[in-house]
Design a protein around this ligand. Structure first.
Ligand code: NAP
Length: 303
């Protein structure tokens, strides 16, 4: 059974190259005929690991193709997920499964709404990858991927493909708690690095702001039924800040590169969820207002 990877960006290419290298059948779904022509001209995906580059000739088709899909890895950004899934939903074979790689929360529900009755599995990854050219991906940070299904704790049989491909992963019966925890870490760190124009480690100079956000994020997590994800959040935030002190956050990098951020699925989702549960979260709301104003001032979308 073949994997289809929609979105040959950073993570999609990283997954496709490793699956292909292990002999697991995989195909790429590219945005349009222009992207397909560009890929065919290059002829392969290049995976860069340390100082070693390997080429992977992976079949590709455009989104307009109509061959059936049995296993789909949705590897686009959160804000593209709903639109992308609408374009391929009619191609999903009976019993097809969809794995959602998107960071944050909210896009998973948008996809589920469009795929009633289908099994959708959620992933949360700490792997790091970026594109340093067309059809080239750099595996920049070894990490781990948790995969789970809030509707069904039965592990899928295809995890064996990930094992063969040496994609470090764990089946997670409580994937929502993982996604909430990661969202909270992101809300405590990323927006402040954008507003202060700093590396993660420099947040040590804004200790009171970080701690105040952590306190509200704990209220949010508990209020949303995620008490476990709230445990020791503040200590974990400082652990991440120290461990990644020299790094620029993903949101900082998106803004610096003039790219749309996933804010609606991170801080935006947190604020909306807090309102829905009637929680008072003044620091998070003030942070959201400052961040959205800043994005607007840089000519970037506020959603
Ligand atoms: P990315 O490099 O921007 O890749 C997204 C890809 O999706 C692009 O190649 C884009 O195509 C493609 N795409 C979007 N809409 C499409 C459509 N309708 N049809 C076909 N292709 C479409 O993003 P990424 O960094 O891989 O991130 C993907 C998700 O993983 C995000 O939610 C991100 O937060 C999460 N994540 C990323 C990392 C990382 O290290 N990169 C780590 C953890 C989590 P074009 O190239 O044509 O624009």
């Amino acid at each position: 059974m073949s994997w289809h990877v929609l979105g040959a960006g950073s993570l999609g290419s990283l997954w496709a190259a490793r699956l292909s290298r292990a002999g697991v059948p995989v195909q790429l779904i590219l945005r349009d005929e222009r992207r397909l022509a560009s890929y065919r001209q290059t002829g392969a995906l290049t995976l860069v690991e340390g100082d070693h580059a390997s080429q992977h000739v992976i079949p590709a088709r455009s989104l307009a193709d109509d061959t059936p899909i049995e296993r789909l890895l949705l590897a686009c950004k959160a804000y593209d997920a709903a639109d992308a899934i609408e374009r391929v939903a009619h191609r999903l074979a009976p019993g097809a499964e969809v794995i959602l790689l998107q960071n944050g929360l909210g896009s998973q529900d948008e996809v589920l709404e469009r795929l009633p009755g289908r099994r959708c599995l959620f992933a949360s990854s700490t792997e790091g990858a970026f594109r340093d050219g067309d059809w080239r991906v750099v595996f920049a940070g070894q990490g781990h991927t948790w995969i789970g299904d809030p509707a069904d704790i039965t592990a899928p049989s295809w995890l064996i493909d990930l094992q063969r491909s040496r994609i470090a992963h764990t089946w997670s019966p409580d994937i929502l708690a993982r996604l909430w925890r990661k969202l909270a870490l992101n809300c405590a760190i990323n927006p402040l690095t954008v507003l202060h124009g700093c590396r993660n480690g420099e947040l040590a100079g804004y200790r009171e702001d970080v701690d105040g956000l952590c306190a509200e994020l704990e209220v949010l997590l508990r209020g949303c039924g995620q008490a476990e994800a709230a445990e020791h959040l503040q200590a974990d935030v400082w652990r991440v800040i120290e461990a990644t002190a020299a790094n620029y956050s993903s949101m900082y990098q998106d803004v610096a590169g003039g790219r749309r951020t996933e804010v609606s699925y991170l801080l935006g989702y947190a604020c909306t969820a807090g309102d829905r549960h009637g929680l008072s979260l003044p620091r998070l709301h003030a942070l959201q207002q400052r961040l959205l104003a800043y994005l607007h001032s840089r000519g970037l979308p506020r959603h």
